[in-house]
Ligand binder design. Structure first.
Ligand code: TRP
Length: 425
């Protein structure tokens, strides 16, 4: 029995005693005197000021930690130094990444699959960028086809939003994504609402997944309840289907044996545990995964970023002035309460949001190490570390805004048209 099947069944056991899986996990944790983090596609919550305990999450989800040996193998096979997201443990967990590297080594084809439901506002925030920045890098390293799913259907089902609005937002988000620099010759971006209606092969795969998974199982995996609409209950099949190469006949023809690698935040793992469980039964390879940690809100790792709270993050539409004000005003500080105290005791990088954001956006390892040393020792002040971050984010956001202006409707249309992609493998 596969690990995934065991995980699914374990959750089903919980349901038999009439509890939701989450509630029972919390009860067990309460007995341990230590509250479990809640991580699923809709909720990320922790009571610890240090944020989510990712090592515990790996054990609970049954994935594998990315260790030095894997990074060494990655570098040896691809000839690329691992991205700073990998070096710093931001992408920290995986499933079957070794198999993908083995295929790359043997020059056998595979593809990349990622996605986004996008924000409720028309703009994405910098946290949304993390999986995309990483996926773009993987595309450059591997030179393989990439498919990006925009789940306007998911958004319609979960939010108070008209179908037409959700669809329109998908196109706005696509422009932000394109502005990160994806190669149009290697990338297909699709809105579920549009693509599913035009591609019988995709819909057929959805049906196959739907036939394989029972209501009890999705309840166990996702915690759906009796009053959730049936659209939500069948949605996991939509997110599963792009994992299968024959869902994209324009790219892969009728080939059904090309596996994919999915970069995503770890909260998306439940979808792909389910996918990996059904894949062999449908005669398809299991998708491989590479998981990231969560991007913290300005207010601290304990709080959740929310697209509806403009002060909880930096948005791609923010002006340089807004970026400066938000970071100075809202970024949670691990520094001392007074300059004297800070000089004496130093800052706490583990909780300091300016430092945390620098680990995401400052590529230079030496400078980052220097800031850590200077800030922890109290020689560098909170205002000074914030200033470094402000400069980096202002530059990054301005560059994306500039590139977004060059995304014409023709270019958008090309990215979103099913077509043959042009890659080495
Ligand atoms: N459900 C994801 C979200 O809410 C969107 C998504 C669809 C996705 N397919 C994916 C994310 C594949 C990562 C990988 O944003």
């Amino acid at each position: 029995m596969s690990g995934e099947t065991e995980a699914v069944n374990a959750k089903m056991e919980d349901l038999k005693v009439g509890e939701t899986s989450q509630a029972s996990e919390q009860n067990n944790a309460a007995e341990d005197g230590d509250k479990e983090d809640v991580v699923d596609p809709w909720t990320v919550a922790t009571s610890s000021s240090k944020g989510i305990d990712y090592d515990k999450l790996i054990v609970r989800f049954g994935s594998t930690k990315i260790d030095d040996a894997l990074l060494e193998r990655f570098e040896k096979i691809t000839g690329h130094k691992p991205h700073h997201f990998l070096r710093r443990g931001i992408f920290f967990s995986q499933r079957d990444l070794h198999l993908i590297l083995t295929r790359y080594e043997a020059k056998k084809p595979f593809f990349l699959y990622t996605g986004s439901r996008g924000p409720s506002s028309t703009s994405m925030h910098v946290g949304h960028l993390i999986p995309f920045i990483f996926t773009k890098w993987l595309q450059d390293v591997f030179d393989v086809p990439l498919v990006i799913q925009l789940t306007d259907d998911e958004k319609f089902l979960w939010k108070d939003l008209k179908a037409e609005e959700a669809n329109k937002l998908a196109y706005e988000n696509a422009k932000d994504i394109i502005a990160l620099g994806f190669d149009v010759n290697k990338t297909f971006i699709f809105s579920d609402m549009n693509y599913i209606a035009s591609c019988p092969e995709f819909y057929r795969n959805m049906l196959k997944v739907q036939k394989c998974v029972t209501y009890n199982q999705v309840k166990g995996i996702f915690g759906f309840g009796d009053s959730d609409c049936i659209g939500k209950i069948s949605f996991p099949a939509v997110q599963a289907s792009p994992s299968f190469s024959n869902s994209f006949p324009a790219i892969f023809g009728t080939k059904k044996d090309i596996p994919c690698l999915i970069p995503c935040a770890i909260d998306q793992d439940p979808y792909f545990r389910m996918t990996r469980d059904v894949a062999p039964r449908l005669g398809y390879p299991k998708p491989a995964l590479i998981h990231s940690t969560f991007f913290p809100a300005l207010q601290g790792a304990q709080t959740k970023m929310s697209a509806s709270d403009p002060n909880s993050s930096i948005f791609l539409t923010d002006t340089p002035k807004q970026i400066k004000t938000k970071i100075n005003k809202y970024a949670f500080s691990g520094g001392g309460t007074s300059v004297e105290e800070h000089r004496e005791k130093g800052g706490n990088c583990d909780v300091d949001i300016a430092y945390q954001y620098l680990t995401f956006f400052l590529e230079d390892d030496d400078r980052l190490a220097e800031f850590k040393e200077e800030y922890s020792s109290g020689r560098m002040l909170t205002g000074e570390i914030k200033k470094e971050l402000i400069t980096i984010l202002q530059k990054m956001v301005a560059e994306i805004q500039e590139r977004r202006k060059t995304v014409t409707s023709d270019l958008l249309k090309e990215f979103m048209t099913p077509r043959k992609l042009n890659c080495q493998s």
